[in-house]
Each structure stands twice: as structure tokens, then as C-alpha cells.
Design a protein around this ligand. Structure first.
Ligand code: MG
Ligand code: ZN
Length: 360
């Protein structure tokens, strides 16, 4: 009898330990174009305090090359992160023959979970599209918008309303009306979004290309907060993808000032997710990038300066290598149940594969 009990207790402990390693909720935060130096810049921008993401307990590296190129674009890079399969540059969650691959978001929906996407680019841009659309060219914005309008995304925030308006589309489809008929609350700004009380919600925050952080007003942080508030009501859990989209845009033109705004904005979103996961221990948070942009380098001599001086003189220590992406490994940071899996050097496709291996 005694032996039975000790075996029984051992079994319970095993189940508990295993269950602890299985997240119910997954939050994936993608800094588009965010390589190691972009992350490192946070330390200097914040006067000596490193980025929130670097405080996560587990850290690894992701190799970003695509199926077609040593240097990926955001469509193929995001597809690897959303589907666990490498694809051709420009392709959105499709194989090279054009057949669709299931995404983390679609898997979550299929398993009864609530789903959300929050970005600071067009909601139809490559990275968000990689999670809900399947097309062989990221440029098919009208088609991507149509696929979002008919998708199972419960919460979507991003820019470029015009792709959803009949007079701006070749096919004249009224996609805002479509979404309203499908039950969506449609919002056009942060005030309306903050007031939204139930899913599904779509917020189209700009008519055209969204502004940079200093001009677009509060957008990312309140959207992430609202997403968590609404998605957590689903008893089966949720999946949320958050993108700091414009880190990439800034690095494409080697604009360090714009990059700084965007990386700070993104790290603030990471903080909201991190704080949520600290009080909701069934939540796995992963922070990574699709690729690095610009070949950014901060001269190590900056570390001889005091944090205050470094903050002031940072720009003078910055060099860029190019106006496009690089194939530098990008960092991966993980917190929550299963986070220990995200260590060492891995394929970008391993990230969703690892998530799938433990997600319940
Ligand atoms: Mg992007
Ligand atoms: Zn780019």
C-alpha cells in the first residue's frame, strides 16, 4: 500500500512538472528587422538599462535564410515563424508549389483558442499576412485584405484602411461591411479600440501607410493591453502575434532616430506581455525577429562612456552596412512554460515547431 502511494505521488509530480512545461497561451512578438545590435541599442537609449526582452531567462539564436535565398525577405521570414516551413522570398504561408501551410494562428483557432494580431504596419503587410493569409506574392494586398475579412482572426490591429474600402479596390468589395456582417466591431483609432468590449474586433488605425512612432500616437501598447484583456476570456487559451513592424522600415533607410523610436515602442509591448505572463503562468512569451535589416553596428568604444554620455552620443557610434536585410542570426528570448526549449542556435522554423511540441 505504501509503495502504491509513493508511486502515485511520483506520478502526480510527473504530471504536474510536465503540465508546467505546457503553455495554454502563446504570445509571439516579432521585431521586424531586429538583429542583435538593434536590441543592444536599447541599453544605450535607456541610459544603461538593457531591453526588457534581454531580461528573459532563456535566450537563443535563429538562422533566418529562406528556401530561395541566403537573405530572407519578411514574407518568407515570417512564414518560417508562422508555419514552421521555409519558403521562397515573397511567399506568404505557402509552399513553393503554392499550396498553403497551416499557421500557428490557424492551429490555435482549430483548437478552440482565441487569436489576435497587433502590428504597426499595414495589417496586410507581409508579417501579419503570414499568420492569416496564403498567397504566392506579398504584393497581393487586395487579396490579403480579402482573406483577412473572411479569416478567423478574433482581434486584428494595424494600418491601411483603404485596402478594405470598395472605391479603393479593383473588385469593389466592401470589406469593412463584410467584417461588420461577420460580427466584428470595427474601430478606427485608439479611443474606439480601448472602448471595444468583446471579440471579434478589427482596428484599421490609418487610411494609408502608418506613421512612425512619434507621429502615430499611442497605438501598439494600448492595442496589446486590449488584446490580452479580450483574448484571455477564452477558456481554451489564446494566440497573440505582436509585431514591431517599423524597426525594419527605419533600418531600410538607415534612420537611427526612427529605429530608436520603434525599438523602444516594441520593447514596451514586450514589457506588457512579460508582465502578463508573470501573473498568468500558463503563458509562453517568445520574442524574436524575422531577419536583421541594415547591418547595424554600434562601436564597442561606446562602453567606455558613462550611461548618460552614451545616451547623448549614441548616434555618433552607429554605422550601417546596407539598405537591405542581412543574414545575421537574430536573437530569440523566451519566458514561461517551455521557455527552456528556446536556447542555442536554431532554424527559424524550429520556433513554431517547438511551440507546437508543447502547446496544449
Ligand atoms: Mg513586417
Ligand atoms: Zn525589410
Amino acid at each position: 500500500m505504501k509503495r502504491f502511494f509513493s508511486t502515485f505521488i511520483l506520478l502526480i509530480i510527473t504530471v504536474l512538472v510536465f503540465a508546467q512545461g505546457q503553455p495554454k497561451n502563446v504570445i509571439l512578438l516579432i521585431g521586424d528587422g531586429m538583429g542583435p545590435e538593434q536590441v543592444r541599442s536599447l541599453k544605450y537609449l535607456n541610459g544603461g538599462v538593457p531591453g526588457v526582452m534581454t531580461q528573459f531567462p532563456y535566450h537563443g539564436w535563429s538562422m533566418t535564410y529562406s528556401l530561395s535565398d541566403t537573405i530572407t525577405d519578411s514574407a518568407a521570414g515570417g512564414s518560417a515563424l508562422s508555419t514552421g516551413k521555409k519558403t521562397i522570398n515573397g511567399y506568404v504561408a505557402c509552399n513553393e508549389d503554392g499550396t498553403p501551410n497551416q499557421t500557428l494562428l490557424e492551429w490555435a483557432h482549430q483548437h478552440g483558442k482565441a487569436t489576435g494580431i497587433v502590428v504597426t504596419s499595414h495589417i496586410t503587410d507581409a508579417t501579419p499576412a503570414d499568420f492569416y493569409a496564403h498567397v504566392t506574392s506579398r504584393k497581393m494586398m487586395d487579396e490579403i485584405a480579402r482573406q483577412l475579412a473572411f479569416s478567423d482572426v478574433d482581434f486584428a490591429v494595424g494600418g491601411y484602411l483603404n485596402y478594405f474600402l470598395p472605391d479603393k479596390r479593383d473588385d469593389k468589395l466592401a470589406l469593412v461591411d463584410t467584417m461588420k456582417k461577420r460580427g466584428y466591431t470595427v474601430c478606427y483609432n485608439t479611443t474606439e479600440l480601448t472602448a471595444a468590449a468583446q471579440l471579434p474586433v478589427v482596428a484599421l488605425m490609418s487610411e494609408k501607410k502608418p506613421d512612425r512612432a512619434s507621429d502615430r500616437g499611442e497605438w501598439l501598447a494600448p492595442a496589446v493591453t486590449k488584446a490580452l484583456q479580450l483574448l484571455e476570456n477564452d477558456e481554451d487559451g489564446f494566440f497573440l502575434m505582436v509585431e514591431g513592424s517599423q524597426i525594419d522600415w527605419a533600418c531600410h533607410v538607415n534612420n537611427f532616430g526612427h529605429m530608436s523610436e520603434e525599438i523602444l515602442d516594441f520593447d514596451n509591448a514586450v514589457l506588457i506581455a512579460y508582465q502578463y505572463a508573470q501573473t498568468h503562468p500558463n503563458t509562453l512569451v517568445i520574442v524574436t525577429a524575422d531577419h536583421e535589416t541594415g547591418g547595424l553596428k554600434i562601436n564597442d568604444k561606446i562602453d567606455r562612456l558613462s550611461p548618460k554620455t552614451a545616451q547623448k552620443k549614441l548616434k555618433k557610434y552607429v554605422t550601417w552596412k546596407k539598405l537591405y536585410h542581412t543574414n545575421t542570426d537574430v536573437p530569440v528570448y523566451a519566458f514561461g512554460p517551455g521557455a527552456e526549449l528556446f536556447q542555442g542556435r536554431m532554424e527559424n522554423t524550429d520556433i513554431p515547431q517547438k511551440i507546437w511540441s508543447i502547446w496544449k
